[in-house]
Design a protein around this ligand. Sequence first.
Ligand SMILES: [Zn+2]
Length: 224
Amino acid sequence: MGESSALPEQGLRQVSAEICQIVAELYRDGLITAVGGNVSARVPGSDLICMTPSGQFKGGLQPEDLVAVDPSGAVVWGSGRPSSEVDMHLALLTARPTLNAVVHSHPPYTTVLGFFPEPLEPLTVIHAYLEGLPRLPFRFSQDRAFADAVVAAIGSQDALILENHGLVTVGVSIRAAATMAYLVEEAAHLSYLTRLLGGTPRLLPPDALERVRQMRRRGRSLLG
Ligand SMILES: [Zn+2]
């Protein structure tokens, strides 16, 4: 009997296919670049995490390119190496047991605004929803301390700007984590264009801002 008989094959098939589909979308839309960005998700019915491999072109990943690791980070499925940021994915999913997926992306507008200290101004409801978006000052993602710093900096929120690097988003599903990345990038894109225009933009009315804050306090998500 091969040791693979203990693996949750159906869960691995399902999660690896979903990761590939969503990575393809993020690549198409420029949020994940040729080798920049990685995605992970829990494998249902197990304590394994399936994730994108290291150093492989992200534009055409197939399920068999992915790897699964156990909670210690050891590869138990797939022939590739896990992403160099595997420790961050493991640390986030360990610290936040209600989450099931992590998307690390390199969205251009978010990354560019991360070069500047100013927070996103409340221009739209999405901006307001992202008020107080946490940031992590640059550090090398290959260092062990990076994973712990990401967990501490994101706290209980669903997105974290990695200054001079990119973005980390988390969610109850791969789709939810990816959608959060799209929301941050949409807001950053609008802020970027607004700053290019110069002048003083009109912000969201204070009562609208307060309503969004209340929504957040009640744990309501923009993701429905
Ligand atoms: Zn990165």
